[in-house]
Design a protein around this ligand. Sequence first.
Ligand code: ARG
Length: 556
Amino acid sequence: MAVPSLLSLLTAEVHGAVPDAPAGWSPGVRRSRVADFQADGPLGLARARGVDPRAFAGTVAAAVPGASVGGPGFVNVTLTDRALWEQVAARLDDVRLGVGVPEAGVRTVIDYSQPNIAKELHVGHLRSTVIGDALARVLDHLGGTVLRQNHIGDWGTQFGMLIAFKMDNGDASEEIAALGDLYRRARARFDSDPDFAERSRARVVALQAGDPATLREWRALVDASTAYFTRIYERLGVLLTPADTMGESAYNAALPRVAADLAEHDVAVPSDGALCVFLDGEPAPLIVRKRDGGFGYAATDLAAVRHRVDTLRADRILYVIDARQTLHVRSVLATARRAGWLPEAVEAVHVVFGTMLDAAGRPLKTRDGTPGRLTDLLDVAVDRARETVRVKHPELTGAALEERAAQVGVGALKYADLSNNRTRDSVFDPDRMLALNGNTGVYLQYAHARTRSVLGKAGACGPLDPGRPLEPAERALALQLDGFGDVLAEVATSYEPHLLCAYLYGLAQAFAVFWEKCQVLNGGAARDNRLALCRLTADTLRTGLTLLGVAAPEEL
Ligand code: ARG
């Protein structure tokens, strides 16, 4: 059963205490340093009405239990110890820790990861994959229906040279194809050998015409790459499977109609032989059909919008794509709205993310100048993690050591990405990422394991007694624990996973203070209540880390 947070209950109470509050007015309740909560809304409203703020706050406070007037006219609220203990007990009583289902009945399409066939995944794909995955998990946890769409790059003129090269050199193994080598070799040949370039162009025509032998080669490439993507997704611990793949090629058949419909309704117009959409205030038009009659990236994305709205019946579409594609996404969405394919009721959001930089502040690159390879980043993180784990646990070897190193290393890499405000560029810094202190995945994994170990040592314990007095450190921890559902709801409306990271870090810190100030195992009459706080902390940390896609091992 959902347990409304104290903050949301108080918000309703303060609202009810304000005589004829204007529509949409917010009481502005938040956590406070001087009391448990503070409502700022009454002050603003009093000023707007031209009445004395402190007197106004006084009338509001008189109607809310535990409230008093603070500062120039805030309403401060201190809850009873019993109310806090009862809240802890109610959350512990529910497997979902009292978190509600605000997303029930909402269908969200998430377009994320989107790697390209015959190329390696790079750092940009890492960010899209990790952020998209966390959003998918949170929306699903809040009761929503999530439709994962991996919009892989599996179509385009580059397949002409890839297939021609593969047919010329029957030995090009699938592995090489997957790892990008085929792409580099075919490209080099294409640029240096005019005959080969000619054969490549003919292959594009054959592929588009559906020639069976050419399609077979194309399929083999797609399958090899898909198998490679799947291995990486498993290593990364993300939800994506081949069933979530809806690549560019899947929209081929729909492209001529996209162009015809846009032209018929004058959304797109001929321009210099191409078919374009001109959008007010944009620096460049959206090219739906090129001069040579070919369709590009824009047409595919428009067909995808139609599919997502008409067939998948999306209420919301999230595009987890890097910031450099902002104009493209904005233009596609504006065109779809204008064409009537994306009704106002369907929310469509570009969940933008910045570039990952190296220590010198430059975009992360490999030695040959291409974007940093995802597998290299994973290897660096896991290697570092293995050293950390080895120091703490010399007894771990073989598969057990590898498993722990992967949990810590992959978790650290993902957490470092997620804890960063996603719109900003981030820095790949293995030392900071694996620091045992600070807002890192490892710190939270340790915090979780520590609470589990306390619970293991405690063994059986009785129910908590809501009649006990609360110590300040217990109070701070209980209040933080109560905010879990609220922060998840915030992630679901802002698409900002770093809010959840900041919350979990705050929780781990509140627990550390509690642990320092309060005896738990030797807590006497306070023992059961304190163990209840430990258990709720452990479960909240584990659920939170899991929603971020970060492992939460029982011991570390
Ligand atoms: N495959 C593209 C890339 O690797 C990203 C695709 C983004 N998604 C989309 N619907 N356009 O850069």
